[in-house]
Design a protein around this ligand. Structure first.
Ligand code: SF4
Length: 389
């Protein structure tokens, strides 16, 4: 028996080619794409404007399947987190963060991560594998239509969109899984899929310089860079990739990117680590790094209170220190925000960038526990929704 093609893996052009293989005209691909990405359909029989002969063909050759949710928790502040099974004991997390005028989804691009940043427990657990296009876009597909279902909002373009922004800040380094990441990005932007603007989709990187340039050519969405240090010696110890692509090269890549970016600034993420990178001198050094005459980088800083985990040996800077640090940046004219933590009660994790850290050990323990519970209480046990108080 031949394996079924997961249509979530296909970008618009590939879907046209797939339809051609089935002897179908290109407009069928567009119809199919709308059913999948605008209506969240996974049942070919529901695709009523497709000829029955095509639906029958698809039923025997294709599927539409996102990674299965192992758990689904909503916190008191409305943050909703899914733990998704990506096979062979690997799980990734997807987090929805509702705010007044927008809903942001934080997606993962790899199971584990090879970059091994010192303050990130995903890095500590090592790299398992790259996610496929279907596993990346499947997070958005699943989350958008699950959110609508739970609020009674109809699928399709007429229903109110729940996810208005996407950030690739979950588990993994997106630019080290480049092709699937870019294909998923293109689907996010496509008018026959999610139709998000480039400004509302952000890729976050630890600084893979050649891939920043490649992204600027292939799909220049908003860019965030995990900076975390004001000089090379410090950054070498916190983000090991810095030894390969030091700050001067990274800053130059950011400047080049801005020629193509949908926003006129780069967002720098900076995790506040007590006694490591949080002194006044570090703040002043950062100002000199980004305000450096012809080598300046128009930017915004996001200061992230570190969420400690035992093996890190690191502590979170206290609030007064974070505020004083922010003040130095702001006094120099650098737009600076302090990230609030969200979903604390459900341990919502967005890689390093939400300030909460992924822990794959914990994920595997939770998966094991969930499997035990499911054996005991039935297969639906994993779908726990904690109703906000
Ligand atoms: S911070 Fe990001 S790039 Fe660094 S190890 Fe964690 S997931 Fe990987």
């Amino acid at each position: 028996m031949t394996a079924l093609t997961n249509l979530l893996d296909l970008d618009p052009a590939q879907l046209v080619a797939y339809c051609a293989e089935l002897g179908e005209k290109p407009f069928r691909a567009k119809q199919l794409q709308r059913w999948i990405h605008q209506f969240g359909a996974s049942d070919f029989d529901a695709m009523t404007d497709l000829a029955k002969s095509l639906r029958d063909k698809l039923k025997t050759r294709a599927t539409i399947a996102a990674p299965a949710a192992i758990s689904d928790h909503t916190s008191a502040d409305g943050t909703r987190k899914w733990l998704l099974d990506v096979g062979q004991g690997n799980a990734v997390e997807t987090v929805f963060i509702p705010e007044e005028n927008r809903g942001t989804l934080c997606v993962s691009t790899q199971a584990g991560c090879a970059v091994n940043c010192r303050f990130c427990s995903t890095g500590k657990q090592g790299f398992s594998r790259n996610l496929t296009v279907g596993e990346i876009i499947g997070q958005l597909w699943m989350a958008e239509f699950e959110l609508r279902k739970s609020k009674g909002i109809e699928p399709g373009p007429k229903g109110e969109r729940q996810i208005t922004n996407v950030v690739m800040m979950g588990m993994g380094e997106p630019l080290l899984n480049f092709e699937p990441t870019v294909t998923a990005l293109k689907l996010m932007l496509d008018d026959n899929a999610y139709g998000l603007s480039r400004r509302r989709v952000t890729v976050s990187t630890s600084g893979v310089v050649p891939m920043i340039d490649k992204l600027s050519q292939e799909c220049p969405v908003a860019l965030a860079v995990s900076l975390h240090a004001s000089n090379d010696a410090l950054r070498d110890g916190l983000v090991p990739l810095n030894k390969k692509y030091p700050l001067a090269e990274l800053m130059a890549a950011c400047r080049r990117y801005l020629d193509y970016a949908p926003r006129d600034f780069i967002t720098f993420e900076y995790c506040m680590l007590d006694g490591v990178n949080d002194s006044d001198a570090h703040a002043r050094e950062l100002v000199s790094l980004v305000q450096n005459g012809a080598e300046s980088v128009p930017c915004k800083f996001n200061l992230i209170p570190f969420n400690p985990f035992p093996e890190s040996g690191l502590r979170r800077s206290n609030n007064a220190r974070i505020k004083a640090f922010a003040q130095i940046l702001m006094d120099a004219g650098v737009v600076t925000t302090i990230r609030k933590t969200r979903g604390d009660d459900i341990d919502a994790a967005c890689g390093q960038l939400a300030g909460e850290v992924q822990d794959r050990t914990k994920v595997q323990e939770r998966m094991q526990k969930m499997a035990e519970y499911q054996k005991k209480f039935g297969k639906d046990f994993g779908r726990i929704i904690e109703v906000p108080r």
